[in-house]
Design a protein. Structure first.
Length: 462
């Protein structure tokens, strides 16, 4: 006994995985967005400090000797959070506020920082564990030829960058959750619910194929899932019909098996009585006895064929290698030798063609085809063979009147494909089963007023 799979729980379901993956991918996208954003934030912060330093330098330009009092200088440096502010003019002159900066730990020229350098500087600032003194060189906001130099602490900038990172993180979480919710609901409606419905239908069909209460409804969707649902519903309907037919055939086989013994006793008694009637001196009795014997023989033959077809399990093969021409000649010997004084069975097969198959079963296949052709009115049946890639193609051609449309529509259906009154329709059905057991196939290639052609395929090697 194998363990039947069950529908997964919510945490292990496809919906939960889609939700988690959506959140993860949105967060990864936000990380890729955060890196250049952090670099741009640090650049703007330093440019703002440089602009504040330029504004403080303007106080020196407003004095006649470009000097201010110590108190005003200290106030200007305090307002810009800088130790030193200096401006280099295009004529070489230099204005400065402050003259005793602490030791400088790092210098950055904002005029030479590229995209990836700015990102690296931002992460370097984030991962610093102590305060550094930075020397920043930036272009003047009013005079591009002039430069502004400031010396500042890194700690305030690092705190501002950390605060900015937390805001970005919170915004990323909100965006990822909202996006994941919308994606989750959309996929739940478009993908997950139809798949769960189809999965539940398949599981219910496996438990009880004949239960129509779990039948898939007709889908109006035209996408891949709609096509899959329509195909699954059609497949289940076809399988259900096939199972019902197999069940009826199995019941028929069981019933025929049970009554076979009694039926054979009845037919044996009828044969004994018919044999006694055959030696009667009454002319009328002698005239009717052959018809009675033929009817009894047909009844016995139908009983045997029905039992053979209803047998449970696939046929057991006794494979052997033998020339195909010898088998076809044996089949011809078992059929009527002549019809209207002319030869009936012809074999156009090279003597070196061999097959590996069950000889008795292949005899039945060709015998059924030959008998069907003769009973349909054919006076000539020809068998030829040719090799095609890895298969041997055998054609059985007769010159009969062809099969009626009803027989062609139900050609290999048992009890439904007989082309003559009183036929069982089992000959071709048995032939097809025997060909399938050998890994081959049988098909009708032509049937018209000029005759009928059946094509058989057998693998050259197993």
């Amino acid at each position: 006994m194998t363990t039947r799979p069950r529908m997964p729980s919510l945490l292990r379901s496809l919906s939960a995985r889609l939700l988690a993956l959506t959140v993860l991918f949105v967060m990864l996208s936000e990380v890729l967005i955060f890196a250049p954003s952090a670099g741009n934030f640090r650049l703007n912060y330093l440019l703002e400090r440089s602009k504040a330093g330029y504004t403080a330098i303007l106080a020196l330009l407003a004095t006649p000797n470009n000097m201010v009092s110590d108190e005003l200088e200290a106030e200007l440096l305090k307002q810009t959070d800088a130790y030193v502010i200096a401006m280099g003019r295009p004529d070489g002159a230099k204005l400065m506020l402050g003259d005793k900066p602490p030791p400088i730990d790092a210098s950055f020229d904002l005029r030479e920082r590229g995209f990836f350098m700015l990102i690296g500087d931002a992460f370097e600032t984030l991962f610093q564990s102590h305060n550094r003194v930075l020397r920043i060189v930036a272009p003047s906001p009013r005079h591009p030829q002039a430069t502004i130099e400031i010396v500042i602490d890194e700690a305030p900038m690092r705190m501002a960058l950390i605060d900015y990172s937390y805001r970005i993180l919170a915004l990323s979480i909100v965006i990822s959750l909202v996006t994941a919710a919308f994606v989750y609901l959309t996929l739940q409606w478009l993908l997950v619910r139809p798949m769960r419905r189809m999965t539940a239908s398949m599981m219910a069909f496996r438990e009880n194929p004949e239960d129509l209460s779990h039948q898939l409804p007709a889908s109006t969707r035209s996408d891949e899932l709609g096509v899959a649902q329509a195909e699954l519903a059609d497949m289940q309907a076809n399988l259900r019909a096939a199972l019902q037919q197999k069940t009826r055939l199995a019941a028929l086989g069981t019933a025929v098996t049970k009554i076979n013994h009694d039926l054979r006793n009845i037919l044996t008694t009828a044969q004994l009585v018919a044999d006694r009637l055959a030696v009667s001196d009454n002319p009328e009795v002698k005239k009717m006895t052959p018809t009675l014997l033929a009817a009894i023989d047909r009844a016995v033959d139908l009983c045997s064929k029905t039992l053979t077809f209803a047998r449970e399990g696939p046929p057991e093969l006794n494979r052997q290698r033998f020339p195909l021409r010898n088998l076809i000649d044996e089949v011809g010997a078992a059929l009527p030798a002549q019809v209207n004084g002319q030869q009936v069975w012809f074999a156009d097969i090279a003597g070196d063609i061999e097959i590996e198959a069950d000889r008795d079963m292949m005899f039945r296949v060709f015998s059924n085809l030959g008998q069907n052709a003769l009973q349909a009115g054919a006076t000539r049946v020809t068998v030829n063979a040719r090799r095609a890639d890895s298969h041997l193609v055998i054609e059985v051609t007769d010159n009969g009147p062809g099969l009626p449309p009803r027989a062609r529509e139900n050609l290999f259906q048992p009890f439904a494909a007989s082309a003559r009154p009183g036929g069982s329709g089992l000959g071709l059905a048995i032939a097809r089963d025997l060909m399938h057991a050998h890994g081959g196939d049988i098909r009708l290639t032509r049937s018209d007023a000029e005759g009928t052609v059946f094509e058989l395929e057998l693998p050259v090697e197993r």
